[in-house]
Design a binder for this molecule. Structure first.
Ligand SMILES: [Zn+2]
Length: 293
């Protein structure tokens, strides 16, 4: 039973779709007549200072603060020893967690990416609930993309959404950080509605027959040939082509001198191609396999 859902935006303060989705829900909530068996829905902006300054974070990435280990490590430290987002993580863990014993059945955290991901639902485990959700959402919104990242146990992820018993991320792209693209916003609302409809049908034990759906399964990350030196770029044949197959021998990078670097690995489905927030790490894209989930 999913009795309560928390919708969060502004975990990265310059990713504005979630900020607007939260504003929208706060406005419509008082007049909303939700069907019976819909979970109660709360929403919150998680890093309001970062939103105010239109920046990803103030000191550190908030969406990397929620592993049980890090929460425990910082729990008894005095505030002056913690950075802004470490303090924020401690208070969010108290307000909307705690992660060790979640008070929300589902946390849906909104993100944007400069990469061409489309309306993407990221699930973090292959639990029955998550798999059914992915199948349902894909069936009612065929343009949505399912991405499975389960390289570690759910509890070990440092993501804010893992404060919920179940947690998912909505990753919407491509949208430049700090920009509000209205069609991306509408995609976000549609994806959220599909998840909420799923929760109601799940509660009623009334889901339609769900068939396995196409899903991308994260396998790794690829760095630029020169790390973060910025003498290489994503090849134009690859840039913007998230979730399209990249085969051995396909052009992958070009140097500032015009030299082409080919992909030498196994065939893969790249995504988060050129995401601007990862450029300082030298990360060019993530890789995935296409599976049926
Ligand atoms: Zn984000």
């Amino acid at each position: 039973m999913i009795t309560n859902v928390l919708v969060t935006g502004g975990t990265h303060g310059n990713e504005l779709t979630g900020v607007n989705v939260v504003k929208h829900w706060e406005q419509i909530k008082p007049t909303l007549k939700l069907p019976q068996n819909t979970p109660s829905i709360s929403c919150t902006i998680t890093n309001s200072d970062a939103v105010k300054y239109r920046t990803r974070f103030i000191d550190q990435d908030l969406n990397r603060q929620f592993s049980l280990e890090k929460l425990a490590l910082n729990e008894n430290k005095s505030d002056e020893l913690l950075c802004k987002e470490e303090r924020l993580a401690q208070s969010l863990n108290k307000e909307i967690g705690p992660k060790s014993s979640p008070s929300y059945d589902l946390v849906i955290d909104f993100h944007n990416t400069t990469a061409n991901l489309g309306p993407c639902l990221i699930i973090l485990c292959k639990g029955e609930f998550e798999v059914s959700m992915a199948r349902y959402v894909k069936s009612v919104m065929p343009s949505s993309v399912m991405l499975l990242e389960n390289e570690k146990p759910y509890e070990d992820f440092p993501y804010l959404c893992t404060l919920g018993k179940h947690g998912v991320m909505i990753e919407l792209g491509n949208q430049a950080h700090g920009v509000n693209d209205p069609s991306i916003y509408l995609n976000g609302l549609q994806l959220l509605q599909a998840i909420l409809d799923f929760c109601r049908l799940y509660n009623e034990n009334n889901l339609p027959a769900l068939m396995p759906v196409e899903c991308y399964h994260l396998t790794g990350e690829v760095k630029y040939p020169d790390g973060a030196m910025h003498e290489y770029m994503i090849h134009p044949d690859l840039f913007g082509h998230d979730f399209e197959e990249l085969k051995s021998g396909d052009p992958c990078f070009i140097s500032v001198d015009g030299e082409t670097v080919q992909w030498e690995g196994n065939a893969t489905f790249p995504h988060f191609i050129g995401e601007v927030a990862y450029q300082h790490l030298g990360m060019a894209f993530s890789t995935s396999d296409r599976i049926l989930l």
